[in-house]
Ligand binder design. Sequence first.
Ligand code: SAM
Length: 452
Amino acid sequence: MQLPVQLLTALETTKGFDRKSFEAVHASNEQVTSIRINPLKASTTSPNPQILKSPNHPVPWSQYGFYLETRPSFTFDPLFHAGCYYVQEASSMFLEQALKQTLDLSQSLKVLDLCAAPGGKSTHIQSLISKDSLLVSNEVIRSRTNILKDNIIKWGCDNVMVTHNDPADFAKMSGYFDVIVIDAPCSGSGLFRRDQAAIEEWSLANVQLCSQRQQRILADVWPALKENGILIYSTCSYSKEEDEEIVNWLLQDLSIVNCPLPIDASWGIVESGGGYRFWPDKVKGEGLFLACFRKTGEERTTAIKIKNKPEQATQSESVIIDKWVKSEGLRFIKHKQTVYGWPEKLADDFSFLLNQLRVAYSGTIIGELLRDKLVPDHSLAMSTKITDNIQRIALDYDRAIQYLQRKELLPGNMTKGWQLVTYEGQILGWVNVLSNRINNYYPKELRILKDK
Ligand code: SAM
């Protein structure tokens, strides 16, 4: 692994950089694997997911993060597909400290995750905010928006809106958000240890380009942050141009103060120029820089005006929907035949955002209403709002994998109709049992393509 000499030279004056041990850790081939538990589906104390065999090694700065001793095949773990956990690099989980130490997370907050795909930070934020809080999870690149949407659906929550907008589109929503998280696109040096291609793509010119783009993104979205709101900025680059120099630029050009985050000395994190550096030879994780700020300048707050109210399900349609969903606290919205479940308390905000942004997904898709029947959606199967009354078929490991490969399941003695399939008590998706066969409704685009 030949690290770029220009980078190593530039880092010589960076706090915490120790060339010898930095090069050694890159040469060592050591791989760190970590996951973050989904508290909506799994517990940090039970043996499920099974990959968390005792003794567990918690990530010290995250309530839900764990290191794994070896890297299993996540593709062939049904609980991964059930949304019990997210595979996430440990340093990134430090976002939790920034949120916990600067905010009262029991309050109802409006949070924007501006550069969100594939959804690591968004699923983490969702686990930390209250159920009456709203998360707008945005991604500017279309193909990446789809991956983000799939991960949000798998997480099983209903207080998230996935949007597909340019950062500048948020400027009109002045003072709307309490928190904005910008996990900025960067030159990627922090991932060198696990991604050889990132080394080949690295150049000083790209560092400059990224730095300018980061400033543009920050300046574009800035009006959308409320007065006293929190801005969290992070990159996975070691270059000062994308880290400390961005902090300096923010402090000089905007009405903002830096928020120091108390850190435990044993964590190995290095405080540098108003932010926190993760060096892979000092922490068990990859390279990361994170800084946190509070907006001090005044910001006019946008009044929530709803131009076009979305159509709601009728009384008789609600009776049909009620058989499938724990309806309490939900409002049912219709777009053509598709029914969405929105948290009642966030419905005005959801309607407002629908008028303002390009929305790719919101709440939970319940299903399609066809005459007096509901065809349930995969999102409903993944959601914690699915009713307990629906029949479930428990699959063993091999059959669970066959189901996730979208293979045919052989009929046994089963009641006809829509049923949920489960593995180790966790829902994987829908089947429709007919008299002579079982139709597998696992979404085609999510199926496991490989054979074990
Ligand atoms: N936060 C994500 C997570 O934890 O899974 C990772 C985000 S990644 C570091 C940066 C994201 O910014 C990418 O998804 C990329 O598509 C997006 N991006 C690229 N150019 C952008 C731009 N000009 N404005 C906003 N986002 C951009």
